[in-house]
Every structure is written in structure tokens, then in C-alpha cells.
Design a protein around this ligand. Structure first.
Ligand SMILES: *[C@@H]1O[C@H](CO)[C@@H](O)[C@H](O)[C@H]1NC(C)=O
Ligand SMILES: *[C@@H]1O[C@H](CO)[C@@H](O)[C@H](O)[C@H]1NC(C)=O
Ligand SMILES: *[C@@H]1O[C@H](CO)[C@@H](O)[C@H](O)[C@H]1NC(C)=O
Ligand SMILES: *[C@@H]1O[C@H](CO)[C@@H](O)[C@H](O)[C@H]1NC(C)=O
Length: 421
């Protein structure tokens, strides 16, 4: 086992230099998904920044940043055991667990919980862990699945919560390049005609949520691909109450997994959503309290979600993506043997070539279960805002790390530029 070093780095924000003047701008063909939050989004089947309650199935990975409210559900039921590190969490819960017992099933992978509130974890057997009053069946226990406290979960959740807000509102500001034909007065199909795409192959719509998903004249919602260069469809829906109670989604794009992975319903204004119809494609509604009584076929990132129905694949696939190569990894429990090498550099200041100043707060190498990670914690200051992000770049091999640090920082800096509202 390698020695473990922990060197804390404390940098007061007051040591930051004066804000740099001027606005940073993004080029017109910049990737709108080039952010850490988009990277997180692409890793999960379900993200709730608040509470989650399901009495049914979730096919892929789940992160609950608030509390889990249901005692019984099946998680990770469609993940290939051979393709998933059993020690990695497939279900992450930052907040409280429900009282009153219950035995959720986690088909593949581990369960992690946050450090606040404090949880009681008891191993009951190779495939059974009790956490507080819930008895989790970890069916990957023989492959190494476990339950552990992840002290990084609160900060990860904070990053996800603010990041998804920013992502949703920045996507909402993109000028639409396509129109829909929406029935009014006579029942007929609603057509989302994809005629134009931007330089990243993205078709953008900007529509009223109620006129599309809760319009009594809509017989079906048809997505028509008239442009072969279409790589992704962004459907921005405005309105504070977005309900889905009229029309089925049709057309070969959306009825196929591939198209569903490349369609995003973005609802930044929605504070409530009631989904009675089967939504297909990914849903981003970071301010919405969502109730679903029908399945959602696509990645779902919302404020809170209560459902008795299934939450299905596929994960979202963006047409262009962040510099971050790979999923940020969670730290594993102290009860699991691990080898961690940590080294910290003194904070440095680098004035970038753009209107950013950033500070490396921490740079450390981590070796967890044989995989090598470079973790850079940095703060960047852009005019009057301080952005903090954490970039983790997981690598399988030992050093030398590629890409070199300066390249990673450059990418990180570009990403921060894109995070601006
Ligand atoms: C989307 O449509 C709404 C309502 O017409 C409008 O206020 C908003 O500016 C539009 N957004 C964009 C990016 O064009
Ligand atoms: C959408 O329709 C409006 C009204 O007909 C038109 O002004 C606009 O140019 C159209 N936008 C696109 C991207 O086709
Ligand atoms: C489920 O998640 C795993 C791990 O994140 C991913 O590799 C896989 O593609 C997902 N499964 C499906 C069917 O999309
Ligand atoms: C900083 O922002 C200003 C105003 O947008 C711009 O003119 C200038 O080129 C930027 N500087 C750099 C180095 O990017």
C-alpha cells in the first residue's frame, strides 16, 4: 500500500486579485454543453437536486442530492455488471433516508451516502447493508459492491445543483433555429420540424410548454428530421407549470434509443411538472417539483421527483462535450482498503489570456483501486463572480499524465468562460 499524505490547502478568497475588467465572450460555435454539469448530467439516469421518491425501477445510475423519500425501489437494473466497477456507487444519496424500514434493491454497484446527516452503516452480509433503517440488497456484493460514506457528496451535489441551473438557463438563451407547427382550433399532429442545425449539429426550438405538452388539440407530437446533419435536438420550453397530458411522441428519431439520447427537453422556468404521458428524451428542469405517473425514457435532472413509474435509459449524449475526459470519481469509504497518494502544490496565480484569473487551490494525485486520478481544485475569478469548480480527470495509467496540466487548465478555463450567464 502506498503512503497516504493529506496536506490541507487553505486559500482565503481575499487573497484574490482585483477583478479584471471587461466581459469574456464565447464564440458563436462554442459547445453549449462544455461544462462540468453537462458531464455529470451525461453520467446519470436520474439526478435530483432535492428529494427523490420512487416505488418502481431506475435503469441506470441515480444521484439524490436531497433526501430519499421511498422505502422500496429497484436501482441500476439495466447496467451491465461486467461494464461497471462494483465498488463505484450506482446510487448516491446526499441527504436523509426514510424511516420505517424497507429494502431497496441495487442490482449492480455500490451505494454511497453523504456525511450530513450522519448515517449508521452496518454490513449484514455480502449482499446486504443496513443504512439507518433501510436494508439495501446489494446484488453485486459478490463482485465487491458495498455501502460507504462519501464525504465528497455534499460538495459534488452543490456543484451539480448550481451547475445544472446555469446549464439550463444558458441553453434557454440560445436563439432557436427551428419552428414547430402547433395545432390550434382543430385536432391535428404537432410537428417539430428539424430543418436547421447550428455548427455543432444542434437543432433548437423555443416553445411554450403548455402549447406543446398540454394542448388539447394535439393528437401526437411528431419529430421530423429534415436535416441529415442533426446531431442533437434542444427543445426549450417556457412556462412555470409544464404538464404533459396530451399527445404521444412519435417519429423514428424519438422512438429509438439513439434519438432519445440526443433530445433534451429543457425547462428552466418550470417550478411544477406533472407528467401523465410518457416523456421520451432527456429532461432538464432544475427548478421543478416533478410528479410522474408515466415512465420517463431518458435522463432526468430535476429539483425533485416523485414517481410510481419507471425511469429508463438512455443516458444523454451531447454532440460536443466538456474537456473533462471522464466521470469525476467519488472517494471510497475508509472501511474499504485503498491506496491513496495525495500531494498538494502551493496555490499559484495565473492570469489567463482571457478575462480570467484563476488560482490552483489544490492539485493532487489520487490512486484509488489502481486507477490514477488527477484532481485539480481551482477558483477562478471573472469580474465580480467567483466560480469554483473541481475537475477530476480519471486516468487508468500511472504518470506521466496526459494531457499535460497546462492543457487541462486551459480547457478548464474555456469551460469556465462558458459557464457565464
Ligand atoms: C423564447 O420565446 C419566448 C416567448 O416568445 C421569448 O420571450 C424568448 O425571448 C425566446 N427565447 C429566445 C432565446 O429567443
Ligand atoms: C419561425 O417562424 C417565424 C414566423 O413565421 C419566422 O419569423 C422565423 O424566421 C421562423 N424561424 C425559423 C428559425 O425558421
Ligand atoms: C448505464 O450506465 C453505464 C455506466 O455509467 C453506462 O456505461 C451504460 O452505457 C448505461 N447503459 C445504457 C443501456 O445506456
Ligand atoms: C476581455 O474582454 C474584453 C471585453 O469583452 C475584450 O475586448 C477583450 O478582448 C478580452 N480580453 C481577452 C484577453 O480576452
Amino acid at each position: 500500500m502506498l503512503p497516504v499524505y493529506y496536506i490541507s490547502t487553505i486559500v482565503l478568497l481575499t487573497t484574490l486579485t482585483d477583478p479584471v475588467s471587461g466581459d469574456a465572450t464565447t464564440s458563436s460555435n462554442a459547445c453549449p454543453f462544455n461544462s462540468v454539469s453537462a458531464t455529470y448530467f451525461s453520467q446519470y439516469n436520474v439526478i435530483t437536486t432535492g428529494d427523490f421518491s420512487s416505488t418502481s425501477d431506475v435503469e441506470n445510475q441515480t444521484i439524490v442530492c436531497g433526501s430519499l423519500k421511498s422505502n422500496q425501489a429497484n436501482y441500476c437494473i439495466h447496467i451491465d455488471q461486467n461494464n461497471f466497477n462494483a465498488k463505484s456507487p450506482c446510487l448516491e444519496i446526499n441527504g436523509a433516508l426514510p424511516s420505517g424500514g424497507g429494502s431497496p434493491n441495487v442490482q449492480v454497484g455500490s451505494v454511497s451516502v453523504g456525511s450530513n446527516p450522519v448515517h449508521t452503516l452496518t454490513k449484514k452480509g455480502t449482499t446486504q447493508y443496513q443504512i439507518d433503517q433501510l436494508q439495501f440488497n446489494l446484488n453485486g456484493g459478490n463482485q465487491g459492491a458495498t455501502a460507504f460514506v462519501d464525504s465528497n457528496l455534499p460538495s459534488k451535489c452543490a456543484a451539480i445543483t448550481s451547475g445544472l441551473q446555469t446549464l439550463s438557463s444558458s441553453l434557454f438563451q440560445i436563439t432557436p433555429n427551428n419552428n414547430a407547427t402547433i395545432p390550434s382550433g382543430q385536432p391535428s399532429p404537432l410537428n417539430l420540424n428539424v430543418n436547421n442545425v447550428d455548427s455543432n449539429g444542434i437543432a433548437i426550438f423555443n416553445l411554450s410548454g403548455s402549447s406543446v405538452l398540454a394542448n388539447k388539440y394535439v393528437q401526437q407530437i411528431q419529430i421530423n428530421i429534415n436535416n441529415a446533419n442533426c446531431k442533437f435536438i434542444l427543445i426549450n420550453l417556457y412556462g412555470t407549470a409544464v404538464n404533459f397530458n396530451q399527445g404521444n411522441l412519435v417519429g423514428s428519431w424519438i422512438t429509438n434509443l439513439n434519438g432519445r439520447a440526443k433530445t433534451l427537453w429543457n425547462c428552466p422556468q418550470a417550478t411544477t411538472m406533472n407528467l401523465q404521458q410518457n416523456l421520451q428524451g432527456a429532461l432538464l428542469a432544475p427548478n421543478a417539483v416533478v410528479q410522474a405517473s408515466s415512465n420517463i425514457d431518458g435522463a432526468t435532472a430535476v429539483k425533485s421527483l416523485t414517481t410510481q413509474s419507471e425511469l429508463h435509459n438512455p443516458p444523454i449524449q451531447f454532440p460536443c462535450l466538456a474537456a473533462v475526459e471522464k466521470a469525476p470519481v467519488s472517494t471510497l469509504s475508509s472501511t474499504t482498503p485503498k491506496a491513496t497518494t495525495t500531494s498538494t502544490v502551493a496555490p499559484t496565480t495565473t492570469t489567463s489570456t482571457t478575462n480570467f484569473t484563476y488560482f490552483i487551490l489544490q492539485k493532487r494525485m489520487q490512486n484509488v483501486h489502481g486507477s490514477q486520478s488527477l484532481i485539480i481544485v481551482l477558483y477562478a475569478r471573472e469580474r465580480y463572480r467567483i466560480l469554483s469548480e473541481r475537475l477530476q480527470c480519471q486516468r487508468r495509467r500511472r504518470p506521466p499524465l496526459k494531457p499535460p496540466l497546462h492543457q487541462l487548465l486551459l480547457q478548464q478555463q474555456q469551460r469556465l468562460l462558458l459557464l457565464q450567464v
